[in-house]
Design a protein around this ligand. Structure first.
Ligand SMILES: Nc1ncnc2c1ncn2[C@@H]1O[C@H](COP(=O)(O)OP(=O)(O)OP(=O)(O)O)[C@@H](O)[C@H]1O
Length: 709
């Protein structure tokens, strides 16, 4: 730079006016051996606090030293080099470590769930699954690799060409012969061309890589979602929804970022580090030798500090997750919070967690700030040290000014490359962990296959169901036996009700019929066929209609919600099902009729309205078997009447299993079974059971007594 400034002074640039300002003749700049800067720069630097001036001054001092040495004695010892270059490379590692820390801090910007995920045990990374996703993008990926590699190779060439330019300037300063413009034009244009090509290569590989990354991520998301939907209900009992959604979002995002980074930065940094080290060695083996000795210690120190800050970051992140969890729960259950007037308590809880997270993040911020400050000091020392050491070598005629310039640029490139490798390392570890978690779920095979080539009976179903000697425990609670030798027959086109104490296993019977779980022992037969041998999609999609106590609607229109039961249904079929379910009148009373959007989980509808839409959704597929799991127990008397009316109509001609709490709703059932201790202990019609004076009449008595209270 100083040489370039010299040149500008000779050609009447503003540097002349600078010289005039400091009362120095401009020709001081033009003399090859003149201590131009030593006479000019000190006063200039004293009058300016800008670091650029200080560096220029240092350069000037170096020049003066070179002159002195050239006129007195040869350049002195390696000790000076060690003393000077040591701190310089301390700066390299400081910067490196700062980058590691920055990388750790960057984790804060990720999805808060990532912190929770990071704390989980990491499964093994399955490379063959990755290969399946990468294979379709192989050409684009190879293209990106080639372009990235080429861009990196050019980066090695650039410092050497810069050195050539500086040498031309220096020679011209010394000798004042030839045509400067003519001499410098060729190499300068070459360099410009190189910059242009490098820019094009960089854009090219980024475009390709981004395409590959996005497509791989999209394919992974689709495959993972399909894999999750394939899992049986037991899987969802054991895994939180938030955690699963996290796999789809932040884990795949994290993996994609790492994937792109490895190809772009990893490849570039490695090539540049190796290439620039070779360049450094060619320029000055002495300086490079010192680098090789000092660097490992410094990298180690940097990594250590980085890992400490990363730990801090992890803790801070977990605390943010905790705070988010509180907010999530409060907002998700806002009606309950409001009903109990607990807004203030929730706010206090949230504020406590947020304050804690703020404190931790502040500590982390302080750590990073100190580290960054130190590394900035060290970073400036590297320039300082290199100029000192380079000056020393120049004085001994071991280096030209161009070499020093090349060394500076190449060593900066090495710094940058090593810093990005250190970032990359952390990122790759995180990316591999995220990928491993995603692939783990992709590889999971459900114990109950939805479509597995099961049979679909050719005859029309009568709808007879037999539960034969069923034993069952929930997979998540293997120590608790729910059903023990459970036997029950549902005759075709009859209504059977199951009643009994709460937690006795009534809903479990319905869940087994739907094959949400398979029994540990025993078989469930449909028309004499084991349901485990039947096609599950057919069984759930066409044979069994299920209506439960809290129907869940999707946030789409009424029409779409009813059609969910039979995607190919026409509008007329939807309306017909709504009529059967006593829902048509209230739907048409809405301004948008069947196009009314029901809001998240049907929040804009009353309980009775939701239930009737759910009945319509079940009826539209015209199922042979209907399972009603306490379908009216959450409704008020009027809603229950309307819904019951719809149900009475819906159950005609079908085999119906009713799980009931309110015994008044099942008195007309063909068979009432009383469950206790995981098996049927009483069965008969309402009147028969009352006459027996057993458990059923006890239940009736208790409910009547409660109703009178
Ligand atoms: N997904 C599950 N995982 C583990 N245990 C479960 C699960 N679902 C229910 N249980 C347990 O199984 C037992 C029977 O539950 P179930 O819902 O079948 O009873 P229920 O008779 O229908 O009760 P209620 O009348 O109160 O609805 C209970 O002890 C319950 O805690």
């Amino acid at each position: 730079m100083a040489y370039l400034m010299c040149y500008r002074a000779t050609t009447g640039s503003p540097v002349r006016s600078l010289c005039a300002r400091f009362n120095k003749p401009a020709d001081l700049w033009t003399s090859p051996r003149s201590p131009w800067f030593s006479s000019w720069a000190p006063s200039a630097c004293r009058s300016s606090r800008r670091p650029g001036h200080a560096v220029s001054r240092l350069w000037g001092l170096t020049q003066r030293a070179v002159v002195r040495r050239q006129t007195s004695k040869p350049a002195g010892g390696g000790l000076k080099l060690v003393v000077v270059v040591g701190p310089a490379f301390l700066a390299v590692s400081a910067r490196l470590a700062w980058r590691v820390a920055y990388c750790a801090a960057d984790v804060n910007n990720n999805d808060v769930h990532a912190g929770v995920a990071a704390a989980e045990p990491v499964p093994e990374f399955k490379w063959h699954i990755l290969w399946e996703f990468v294979k379709p993008q192989l050409f684009a990926l190879l293209g990106a690799v080639v372009l990235a590699f080429a861009a990196a190779v050019l980066n090695i060439k650039i410092p050497l060409m810069l050195g050539q330019l500086v040498n031309i300037v220096a020679r011209y300063m010394r000798e004042h012969t030839g045509n400067y413009i003519q001499e410098i034009r060729g190499p300068a244009l070459k360099l410009l061309g190189l910059y242009g090509i490098q820019g094009l290569l960089t854009s090219g590989y980024i475009i390709l890589l981004s395409r590959v990354g996005e497509r791989v991520a999209a394919d992974m998301r689709k495959t993972l979602f399909a894999a999750l939907l394939r899992q049986d209900v037991a899987f969802f009992d054991a895994n939180k929804t938030g955690q699963l959604v996290n796999r789809l979002t932040s884990d795949i995002q994290e993996f994609k970022s790492s994937f792109k980074l490895v190809i772009s930065q990893g490849l570039r940094s490695l090539t540049q580090t190796v290439g620039c080290f070779v360049s450094l060695y060619i320029i000055s083996p002495k300086l490079t030798g010192l680098t090789v000795v000092v660097l490992p210690c410094l990298v180690g120190a940097g990594a250590l500090i980085g890992s400490f800050l990363r730990k801090l970051s992890r803790l801070a992140q977990e605390q943010v997750s905790k705070a988010t969890g509180v907010a999530d729960e409060a907002l998700g259950n806002v009606r309950t919070v409001k009903a109990f007037a607990m807004e203030d308590r929730e706010l206090q809880l949230y504020a406590y967690e947020v304050d804690k997270s703020c404190e931790m993040n502040e500590t982390l911020g302080n750590g990073i700030a100190v580290f960054q400050g130190l590394s900035n000091v060290a970073l400036n020392c590297i320039v300082l040290g290199t100029i000192f050491a380079g000056g020393s070598l120049m004085a001994g005629d071991e280096m030209s000014p161009g070499d020093l310039m090349s060394f500076l640029v190449a060593s900066q490139t090495v710094q940058r490359s090593l810093a990005s490798i250190s970032i990359l390392f952390g990122q790759v570890v995180r990316g591999l962990s995220s990928g491993a978690r995603v692939f783990e779920y992709m590889a999971l095979e459900p114990s109950i296959q939805i479509s597995g080539g099961g049979r679909i009976p050719s005859h029309s179903l009568t709808g007879r169901i037999d539960f034969m000697n069923i034993s069952f425990r929930y997979p998540t609670r293997p120590g608790h036996q729910i059903l023990k030798g459970f036997n029950l027959t549902l005759p075709p086109a009859k209504t059977v009700a199951i009643v009994g104490e709460s937690g006795g296993g009534k809903s479990t019977v319905a869940a087994l019929l739907e094959r949400f779980y398979d029994p540990d022992n025993g078989v469930i037969m449909l028309d004499g066929l084991d349901i485990q041998t039947l096609d599950l999609s057919w069984l759930r999609g066409q044979v069994i209609g299920f209506i439960n106590q809290e129907p869940v609607l999707f946030g789409s229109s009424v029409m779409e919600n009813i059609r969910f039961g039979k995607p190919e249904a026409t509008d007329a079929e939807v309306i017909d099902a709504a009529k059967q379910a006593n829902a048509h009148r209230f739907i048409t009373s809405f301004p948008d009729g069947y196009s009314t959007v029901v809001g998240e989980r049907g929040v804009t509808l009353s309980g009775g309205q939701k239930q009737r839409i759910a009945i319509a959704r079940a009826l539209i597929k015209n199922p042979s078997i209907l399972v009603l799991d306490e379908a009216t127990s959450a409704l008020d008397a009027e809603s229950e009447r309307v819904v019951q009316e719809a149900l009475d109509r819906a159950t005609k001609g079908r085999t119906v299993l009713i799980i009931a709490h309110r015994l008044s709703t099942i008195q007309g059932a063909d068979l009432i079974c009383v469950m206790s201790n995981g098996r049927i202990v009483e069965a008969g019609t309402h009147l028969e059971l009352l006459g027996r004076g057993g458990l059923y009449s006890d239940l009736i008595r208790r409910q009547r007594a409660e109703a009178k209270k």
